[in-house]
Ligand binder design. Sequence first.
Ligand SMILES: Cc1cc2nc3c(=O)[nH]c(=O)nc-3n(C[C@H](O)[C@H](O)[C@H](O)COP(=O)(O)OP(=O)(O)OC[C@H]3O[C@@H](n4cnc5c(N)ncnc54)[C@H](O)[C@@H]3O)c2cc1C
Length: 503
Amino acid sequence: MSSQRLRRILVVGGGTAGWMSAAVLARFLPAGSVAIELIESDDIGIVGVGEATVPLIQQVNGLLGIDERDFLRATGGTFKLGIEFRDWGRLGLRHFHAFGDYGAPIEGVSPHHHWLKLRELGDVAPLADYSLPTAVARANRFALPPRDFKHAYHFDAGLYARYLRTLAEQRGVRRREGRIVDVRLRAEDGFIESVVMEDGAHVEADFFIDCSGFRALLIGHALGVGFEDWSAWLPCDRALAVPSERVGPTTPYTTSTAREAGWQWRIPLQHRTGNGYVYSSRFTNDDAARRTLLDNLDAPAIGEPRLLQFATGHRRKFWERNCVAIGLAAGFLEPLESTSILLIQTAIARLVEYFPDRRCDARIAQEFNRLSANEWARIRDFLVLHYCLTRRDDSALWRYCASMPLPDSLIGKIGLWRAASRLALQSEESFLEPSWVAIFTGQEVLPERYDPVVDTIAEDRLRRGLQQRREAIRRAVAGMPAHDEFIAQYCAASLPSAIEKNQ
Ligand SMILES: Cc1cc2nc3c(=O)[nH]c(=O)nc-3n(C[C@H](O)[C@H](O)[C@H](O)COP(=O)(O)OP(=O)(O)OC[C@H]3O[C@@H](n4cnc5c(N)ncnc54)[C@H](O)[C@@H]3O)c2cc1C
């Protein structure tokens, strides 16, 4: 058995995916048992976007022993409690998807059912009034636990990759600089044998992790694994990204504003603001998109917008022979809910769980692929939900989204919500009930009825219970410092000035 152990792993690519994979593997594999090498090319560089996260990032930070303060100082990071969506359901509508729920179940029934009953009785308070993180975010405040919500981060993507690199190198990962120009396959079974560098060197390994970004050098080019294209459901295929000067107060949330042919993100960091317009080239052109982005910044741009082109979907197999693709090499779902770094993390965790030996048994790869495909499809449905619920008809993109054919799995979920205010969640689901409820109710798509158990609770008890929660939220928010104040005391950035200027 031990003779089949992996001896050398090669990670191709040094973006967030590559360095996170290398750092986690170096942490989990017994010291000295496997040599981990990473190749990246400074000439090619990294995609350099990917600045908003979800709370799961705390898990990987914890596993890697990352100190929150140190990491936020080094990456210019800020706290994120969720996303504010503007103009998605209709022009003028704002709703918030927070990292948290709307309170504990009452008589075993989720709070949105109780809220629906109160609405029927004439109470106009929005469901968001029962969400503590929403209230904290709207007040531009922040505090660490104990409290009943989670938090994620905004950070500078380039600085984050650098931070992970330091951690990985401290744990023994070797970095090789240079451009890969060819990939050699073994004649007998088609496994990858080595990659060939521009200087002619052959770098061999038993197992390869393709983190080469959109290029997908190994999984796509060398192994010929095809692509599952989801652009019919998620029509955005381009983004223009540009930083702008910092404006305060620093919001503890990402903003996503729906525009004529897509949507615009705003991600506040300590030293600048990240902005981008994600759009569909079927419904606008690059010049118009550039104008839309620049016309809608809240401070002067720093530099020129950078164009990124992408296809939405994923590789038909994430693991093929002795290669696993992680990060953009595996696929891309647009950044609407900040799920790419999440997908990197879960792929690494799955790889650790299904860690192969040199034979790379196809049955292991098959299960890895099944779980990954499910996870991606569930996230896809959640993203599509944001688009398909719209009632906007002021531009061709939104008219398309309102009437496009949907995946069957999503049709089922929307149908059950409308009929019974319930969510048909399945395995490998990244977004749970409160997230779906936030988008449905936020876009004013309400179900036909609430859970009948709610009618067994006396009306005044119901009103009192919900009133008490609103009051508790008000008190909790009032006791928290402003987000900027918290950052200044806890994790004020210590960025090298050269980096600071260039970001
Ligand atoms: C517009 C946009 C917005 C995004 N926003 C978010 C967000 O808010 N939140 C989030 O979680 N994710 C976001 N993402 C995704 C996120 O940016 C990526 O998932 C993340 O940066 C990981 O990228 P990567 O490491 O897979 O690829 P990259 O960063 O592109 O790295 C690829 C690496 O491969 C190397 N490489 C490539 N070819 C060769 C070669 N021939 N030889 C040697 N080396 C090579 C490169 O040098 C580089 O080191 C966004 C993506 C886009 C496009």
